[in-house]
Design a protein around this ligand. Sequence first.
Ligand SMILES: C[S@@+](CC[C@H](N)C(=O)[O-])C[C@H]1O[C@@H](n2cnc3c(N)ncnc32)[C@H](O)[C@@H]1O
Length: 207
Amino acid sequence: MAKKSSSGRWKQRQARDPYVRRAQMEGWRSRAAFKLMEIDDRERLLRRGATVLDLGAAPGGWSQVAVARVGPTGRVVAVDLLEMDPIAGVTCIHGDFTGAEVREAIRRELRQPGADIVISDMAPNISGNWSVDQPRSMALAEDVLAACGEFLRPGGSLLIKVFQGEGFEELVRQARSVFDAVRIRKPAASRAESREMYLVAGNRRLV
Ligand SMILES: C[S@@+](CC[C@H](N)C(=O)[O-])C[C@H]1O[C@@H](n2cnc3c(N)ncnc32)[C@H](O)[C@@H]1O
């Protein structure tokens, strides 16, 4: 029998995945929406009335969850390299969040004192070569941590996807130097074989 291609295996896995089916049935744009719901049910990050900055937001599952949870008095600003279909109540910014123009647009949207929480499910384009992908994902996570100084109000929180591997412990250490409380979570909706973990950091210090 002919071997399945990796895209064939991916399609088969998607078709069998209960979270993919649930996301389609319930109208979530990504199965990742369940990861955020699960983490937030435990950590209570998305409070009503909060201002949320969602970095790497497309196709928009996390933004859908965020806007539903912060309610009509809250705000969600979503940024992605890819164009994202609009979501009611979400302001979308198109571009690289590290670029000067995009950063200016984010600052304008958030206004002072900045977001109450930054959430980032960002990942670089995965090449499949881990020695290339791991440093790229760590560099992206470090950029997000640095961006907190610009976009997150003092006392605010961060939720960020990080891949376990080289640089992971150093990133946790860096987060601890900026935030009072840092925890690592692996929601059930995150595939067990995936190296992805979620770092939850609370109470950004004024440094
Ligand atoms: C896993 S997806 C996010 C899924 C999203 N949380 C959801 O629930 O729909 C990661 C996203 O990060 C975006 N991304 C990666 N690097 C970025 C960057 N430098 N600036 C903005 N977006 C970026 C990618 O374009 C991609 O859409």
